[in-house]
Design a binder for this molecule. Structure first.
Ligand code: DON
Length: 577
């Protein structure tokens, strides 16, 4: 898959897991869009700070802070700007999750895509019941109903201080007047285009995305201007909805009824106490928050085993892989959309349960993969390319946001006359129990396709607080590597006392139960030489992968925020007085 491969690789993303080595104002602002005058609030930090995926979204956030906006205003401006200047993953044609900490309280907004009303459980299977390769990844039938615009609308309306038009203005500017294309963006475009050739209209919109070009998107500017004037309703029931439905007609499943019915949902975040911190993270339909809490707590339970074990040594890699085996066994069995399945969140994050799982870890050799079963018993629960940015304002409010169109440039479908790149999030469903998706992860009926259901995600926007104050804002893209990457960086910071930039840059690796005893490594910091030999001697197979995330993190030291953008991407940080 494209997100997990480097620019030189020509391997299809289907083969990813086997990769070896590697403002205009036409209308008056309606009362719903206008904001009440902001109350003066005392600053508690010396500055606001951001860690974002590119320099244009950093400029947008800086402008919003200068206009008096808070972290939520900045986050919404960043999200719309990235939809223009980071089109491989930034989006209004996808969905995501936002974890917030506002006025000392945690919140979580789920604006994940939903399956269209016409979706069916076996829609990606042929008449022999086999998965049709690529169908959930490329083209019109891969697209889920987008949630980003409603998510941003909900968040800004509830918590923003500025006018809606102010937070849309930077994105409209970059769409209308253009931005300069980076080499990395061109490389990602060129790779993605190979998968879309002959299947979608991708090249008609993005054929000219070449390094150094000032790239303008007039159709997208018109969409953003309508959203700025009319709010989210343009996207879900107005002219933009009509254009999306018309593009899909005869090709895909999404109709105007799907768009009209879409709603972002406020959910309770997953919360856990760990190491003196409160971890506030993503609940289902993400698997990531539960996975992160299990990883952190299991490692804490195994503190005696980790004593004197150097970071990223063969023994460290072994112990972490043992923990990850158990986390991914639970992920495959119990996780799905909580509106369709009663996900046993409390049981999966319960201290006694996690301690029992930790006790099953074999401290010396890899546990047999088949012996690692879901920990709550095998009965089914009752029915019932991504980018991340982190923001904190000087009032102590924080936003951790991960959103996605799944693979780079999503399905490759651009809704006609809109410039909106549509997602391929349907691939995150389990098309058939036990058959791996793009990220090599399997699922059960808990994550089978049903109309209006949200596919299981790994996105894990996370905030750590201490004594009621934000201590860390963190997240990353990377599919199933997301929460294992966040886990490693948190470990580096708090268990191994690394400075934030070093903690973000340090080597990362990944294991996910299947393929058996396989440790994935990354080109940025390869596992090779003596380290590789010693890990192999323990019984593991090493495989290269092309992507290990793009962490964007902010740590608060006393009353001063410090931000770090992953050197693996083209991210930018700013500390804004
Ligand atoms: O929701 C998920 O878990 C995936 N669709 C995220 C995709 C992703 O992170 C791609 N980035 N490498």
């Amino acid at each position: 898959m494209r997100l997990l491969r480097n620019n030189k690789s020509s391997v299809s993303r289907l083969a990813l897991v086997a990769l070896v080595s590697v403002s205009s104002c036409f209308l008056e602002v309606t009362p719903a869009i206008a904001k009440a005058p902001a109350k003066a609030q005392p600053a508690v930090l010396t500055a606001s700070a951001i860690a974002v995926a590119d320099k244009y979204s950093a400029d947008a956030a800086e402008q919003i802070f200068k206009e008096g906006g808070n972290a939520v205003d900045a986050a919404v401006a960043i999200a719309f700007t990235l939809a223009v200047t980071y089109p491989e993953a930034g989006n209004i044609g996808g969905g995501g999750f936002m974890t917030l900490y506002v006025d000392g309280k945690p919140y979580f907004l789920d604006y994940r895509e939903r399956a269209p009303l016409a979706a069916t459980k076996n829609m990606y299977l042929d008449d022999k019941g086999e998965v049709i390769k690529g169908m959930s990844l490329f083209g019109y039938r891969a697209v889920g109903v987008p949630g980003t615009v409603d998510g941003m609308w909900e968040a800004q309306r509830r918590f923003g201080k500025l006018k809606w038009k102010q937070v849309l203005a930077p994105a409209i500017h970059y769409a209308r007047d253009g931005f300069e294309v980076s080499q990395q963006l061109q490389d990602r475009r060129d790779e993605a285009a190979k998968d879309f050739a002959g299947k979608t209209n991708f090249d008609a919109y993005f054929g000219n995305l070449k390094q150094g070009v000032n790239f303008k998107q007039p159709d997208l500017a018109a969409v953003l201007t309508r959203i700025s004037d009319q709010g989210a309703k343009d996207f879900y029931s107005g002219k933009t909805a009509d254009l999306i439905a018309a593009s899909m007609h005869g090709h895909g499943l999404i109709t105007k009824a799907d768009l009209v019915q879409y709603k972002a949902v406020w959910r309770q975040p997953v919360q856990a106490d760990w190491n003196g911190y409160r971890v506030i993270t993503a609940p289902p339909p993400s698997s990531g928050g539960i996975g992160l809490v299990q990883l952190l707590k299991m490692k804490a339970d195994l503190a005696p085993d980790f004593k004197d074990v150097p970071l990223n040594s063969p023994q460290y890699v072994h112990l972490i892989a043992e923990i990850e085996k158990r986390v991914f066994a639970d992920r495959a069995q119990y996780l799905g959309d909580p509106d369709f399945y009663k996900v046993p969140i409390a049981q999966l994050t319960d201290d006694a349960y996690i301690a029992k799982r930790a006790a099953e870890v074999n401290p010396t050799t890899p546990s047999d993969t088949k012996s690692v079963q879901p920990g709550l018993g095998t009965s089914m629960p009752e029915k019932a390319e991504t980018t991340h940015f982190s923001v904190i304002d000087k009032w102590g409010n924080a936003v951790s946001n991960t959103y996605t169109i799944n693979g780079y440039f999503g399905s490759g479908v651009v809704a006609d006359r809109t410039g909106i790149v549509l997602n391929d999030e349907m691939d995150d469903f389990s098309a058939k129990p036990g058959v791996a998706n793009m990220f090599g992860v399997v699922g059960s009926d808990a994550n089978s396709i049903e109309p209006k259901k949200r596919p299981l995600s790994s996105m894990t926007p996370t905030i750590l607080t201490k004594d009621g104050k934000v201590a860390l804002v963190i997240g990353t893209p990377g599919g199933s590597r997301i929460f294992t990457s966040i886990f490693q960086v948190i470990n580096n910071i708090y268990d191994y006392d690394m400075p934030l930039p070093d903690a973000v840059a340090a080597m990362r690796f990944h294991h996910q139960l299947l393929p058996p005893n396989t440790i994935f490594w990354e080109p940025y910091k390869p596992i090779d030489g003596e380290l590789a030999k010693q890990i192999e001697a323990k019984g593991y197979t090493l495989k290269g992968q092309d992507f290990s995330g793009d962490i964007q993190a902010i740590k608060v030291n006393g009353d001063t925020p410090e931000a770090a953008a992953d050197p693996r991407g083209r991210g930018v940080t700013r500390v804004i007085q």
